[in-house]
Design a protein around this ligand. Structure first.
Ligand code: GLN
Length: 541
């Protein structure tokens, strides 16, 4: 018997930004105990992937182990589903059209006019089926980006309608995520936008089986009945998606309202959720006994989604210490311009993270923050660019290499006297920008006896990277002689991947992105440790 995959399609209505990715991940979380659940995200834009987009618009670029630069929803999927996702699970219209145009030139459609329907929809469906088969998936979750009615996602919606007809209603279930506002002057739930959104979906030939209605307050039964009547679904299948204290509560919220049983019954599956550990960690986030403040310094602080995985990684670590992690957002351009003093900003802060980034704007501010952390022994974690800037700060202020900088500055027309950070040899001469960085999972060899080796308790670790520059090998000896320890490196090309200052409580920089692999059940060790050190802050007792 061929493997029988069931599909769950998640569409959105009324508004964007309702947390469709988390809703999708939560549905998968409820089914993953006995079934192999694979997520596919469909994005209607014409970019191949989000790798070249500004994170301020679309949120962070998530990097997969296979090197794929994908939509940030993959962060939610990996955190909630415990699967290592693959880059082809992020379908974009850019990829779909590229593949069709290649086939057309090859002659695959000889004699035919290539059309949106059936050729584009067939391409979309055959990708779904190929992934389902390759992965031996029991359940494929298909999240369609945007909201119903957008021109951009029209063909994806048509493709999932066709898929439903082909495989039969027992094998596919449609969930529609909507919004039920409570206008301030009325003080009560209004269901009209949901009704209209479902109508729009009906016009496209899809009848939702489940409606998840986001709202600031719980939907009373009367309201569920009203939505049921107008939208032609049973009242039990209207799930209230209320605001919660933490996103990790969402699977629990859905399960309590009977969503798991509905999925089981409708799809003929059985996979009861195992939520015990999840439940106790969620409880630790909601009812912490202690508190720390971590400053997050970057230039994309205007959109917190640009740092989604770092925020989650901090919450994971906090849960394991039963500690609330308060995040203080620090826009470093203000510090750079001298409008804000570092000391004022960092008073009362128990730890500092300088995350990844590109370009020169705001970096002098970050360097000042790093210097302050080093001189005042504030726990510091530098991630990717944050590590590179920590090395520059050390070169300038400890090794006395005035004018130390990254050769990334040269791209912006600035002369660099000491290129402490230089382009990776493999990146030299690359002209194309899309998908060409050093990307994805790589091995890191740990140096025995170091702080990092102790934290990870392993000789080799695997972490995810996204960069073009590295610590300049020509300066490594000089940096070492001044007290910097390189505790993790790439074993073949000898790229420095972890730096630490051993005389500090916690001063670590990593060339990789540890936040990308952190999970609620298993926080990434660096985050676990920085929270531990932050809790030990003598001012925090
Ligand atoms: N801009 C730096 C580089 O390309 C750091 C990249 C990052 O922080 N992801 O190496």
């Amino acid at each position: 018997m061929p493997h029988k995959t069931k599909y769950i399609v998640i569409t959105g209505g009324v508004l964007s930004g309702l947390g469709k990715g988390i809703a999708t991940a939560s549905v998968g979380n409820l089914l993953k105990s006995h079934l192999r659940v694979i997520p596919i995200k469909c994005d209607g834009y014409l970019n191949t992937d989000p790798g070249t987009m500004n994170p301020i618009e679309h949120g962070e670029v998530f990097v997969l182990d296979d090197g794929g630069e994908v939509d940030m929803d993959f962060g939610h999927y990996e955190r909630f589903l415990n699967v290592v996702c693959k880059s082809e699970w992020n379908s974009t219209m850019g990829k779909i059209y590229a593949s069709i145009l290649e086939k057309e030139r090859r002659g695959d459609y000889l004699g035919n006019t290539v059309q949106l329907i059936p050729h584009v929809t067939d391409e979309i469906k055959s990708n779904f089926k190929r992934i389902a088969k390759q992965e031996k998936a029991d359940i494929v979750l298909i999240e369609i980006g945007g909201t119903v009615g957008d021109i951009e996602n029209e063909l994806y919606i048509e493709a999932v309608r066709q898929l439903g007809r082909e495989i039969g209603s027992k094998n596919i279930l449609y969930i529609h995520l909507t919004y039920v506002p409570i206008p301030e002057n009325l003080g009560e739930h209004k269901t009209k936008p949901t009704q209209q959104s479902v109508k729009l979906l009906n016009e496209k030939g899809i009848r939702p089986d489940v409606i998840i209605a986001r709202s600031s307050r719980q939907l009373p039964l009367k309201l569920k009945e009203k939505i049921s009547l107008f939208c032609n679904i049973s009242p039990e299948a209207v799930i209230s998606g209320t605001e919660v204290g933490t996103v990790y509560e969402i699977p629990i919220l859905y399960d309590k309202q009977g969503l798991t049983e509905i999925l089981h019954k409708r799809l003929g599956i059985y996979s009861p959720p195992k939520l015990d550990l999840w439940f106790s960690l969620t409880d630790a986030i909601l009812n912490p006994t202690r508190e720390v403040t971590i400053a997050l310094c970057g230039k994309y602080t205007a959109l917190h989604d640009s740092y989604a995985s770092i925020i989650e990684a901090l919450y994971h670590a906090g849960a394991h210490h039963k500690t609330r992690v308060k995040i203080k957002w620090l826009e470093t351009t203000g510090i750079e311009q001298g409008k804000i003093s570092v000391e004022d900003e960092l008073t009362g802060v128990d730890g500092v993270i300088v995350p990844g980034g590109f370009g020169l704007r705001g970096i002098e501010g970050k360097i000042k923050v790093i210097q302050y952390c080093r001189e005042n022994d504030i726990p510091f974690l530098g991630i990717c660019y944050g590590m590179q800037l920590a090395v520059i700060e050390f070169a300038r202020n400890v090794c006395g290499l005035e004018g130390a900088n990254t050769s990334e500055a040269v791209e912006e027309g600035i002369e660099v006297q000491h290129p402490i950070i230089c382009i990776l040899p493999s990146q030299k001469g690359l002209k194309k920008k899309g998908g060409t960085m050093r990307l994805g999972g790589q091995d890191v060899k740990m140096k025995p006896g170091t702080f990092a080796h102790k934290i990870y308790d392993a000789d080799y670790i695997r972490e995810r990277f996204r960069h073009r520059y590295e610590v300049n090998p020509e300066y490594v000896e000089k940096l070492k002689s001044c007290g910097m320890v390189f505790s993790g490196y790439e074993p073949v090309e000898n790229i420095m991947q972890i730096m630490e200052l051993p005389d500090k409580r916690f001063f670590v920089g990593v060339q990789y992105h540890p936040e990308l692999i952190s999970k609620l059940e298993k926080p990434e060790p660096l985050f676990y440790e920085i929270i531990k050190c932050a809790l030990d802050n003598p001012d925090n007792k």
